[in-house]
Design a binder for this molecule. Sequence first.
Ligand code: ZN
Ligand code: ZN
Length: 487
Amino acid sequence: MTAATKRKPVDILNLAPKKRRSARPDENASNKWIEHIRDQDPGHGLASLKNFERVTSFRFAAAVLSKKTVERCISLLETWRNQALPTDTFRTTSRDPVTRAAMFVRSAKILEAGAELNILLLRLAELCFASEMDSAKAGSTRVGSDRINDVLRQLEWPQTKESRKALHNRLMKGRKWLSICGNFGSGLLCLIPFTSEAPYYISKDTCQQMDEAEIKEFQDLIGPKKGFVRSLCEFGNSLQKMVLESWDMEFRCETEKIISLNAYSEDELLSILQPVPYHETSIYETGYDWSRPQSWPWDWPIDPTWTPPDYRCDLCQATQCDCISSLTKNCCRIMHYGAKGRGIQVCASSRGGIAYKKDSYIGELTGQLVPPMTYTDGMALELHRPDIADEPVVCQVYCKEKGNWVRLVNHSCSPCARFVVKVVSGKVRVMLQAIRDIWDGGEVTANYGRDFFKNNDCLCEICEAEAQPNQGTNDLITRLPPSSQGQ
Ligand SMILES: [Zn+2]
Ligand SMILES: [Zn+2]
């Protein structure tokens, strides 16, 4: 068979435009890619990816639509939560080689994941740079050289050809990200693999080398799965917002035990990336058997945090106020604190400054208001009314199912905050109050009392240090096995 007989007859009236690169691959190559990806990533549907002309677009679309994307999203989130403790890697008080070996593997994983978060932020920085530059060009296709020179001056870089070229390259990279993200927006950056991995082999270079036709085909290919991609992009946007602004939220994948994502349907995958809803006020649950508290002076049953209209707010002394919604917002972040699990880190408006002054209020512990002694799982706080004779316990604030971030505050035997019952904006509330100045980056802790731990050991830094009196955490080198010393 000659080459000529293999070709399809050419319709000269409908000639396809000449493509710069990656012309239509022969069908075998395309099928090979589909088979290869099906083999390597069996969880992948690939159903919507049948007709494609460009292998790169196909690989790109397949990578974005893969379940591995969800894994990557979850891992980015975990990485971000671990950011506060870069020194926690390499630290262990154990002398057991297996425990120590596991710790080093965990460290390596954390550092690897950290590198991925950095790649995401680099992409985002490039995209934002291009978007700022292009917003300034006002209709013209080129960014004016004046603008480039202005930025160079601002950077205090020399006004040389090399500097201009460096800036121009950065601009090109940013524009490529803008173009790849298209209408999906910058949230899509989280969905693009960070390293070139089987079976998709999408690297930064692959992204940067994609031409307009490939990008267009990629967007067409993921088009039928728009809903799925948009949901993931929303997660991406939230994550970027968390990293760039002092703003935080919890996601369902953090509160649920996930064993294998492959067992999840597409809807389930999207649902675990949804935020956990927060309740800004406590909910009075009427479906319980409420017995009248001792010396309760008003009608019963009623919301046990109710106060008469002439009650004054403990914060501002007024009878009507909005103190509760004007507490400083967005100053707390959810972080991982090693064995203690998640906890709350404060961020001040200026780096290294005081986030909360002594005596200031950090937030309200919200939850379901249920009768006293209803729950004993450690997630309920008994609320007593100091304004009523004998200060009876009137309810529990149960925060396992419904609540806000305050429930994540960890216990410490030397806390920087405490829970106090106060009348604020017309209700009796459990408020978290700083008992000393809390500095930027510090963890908010409160004393939950000895009963809270029952038979478990306290994991706070004071008790941890007492439990390991002779094992500092900084003598890593001296504890390395002899064979690895002096090499
Ligand atoms: Zn007030
Ligand atoms: Zn302790």
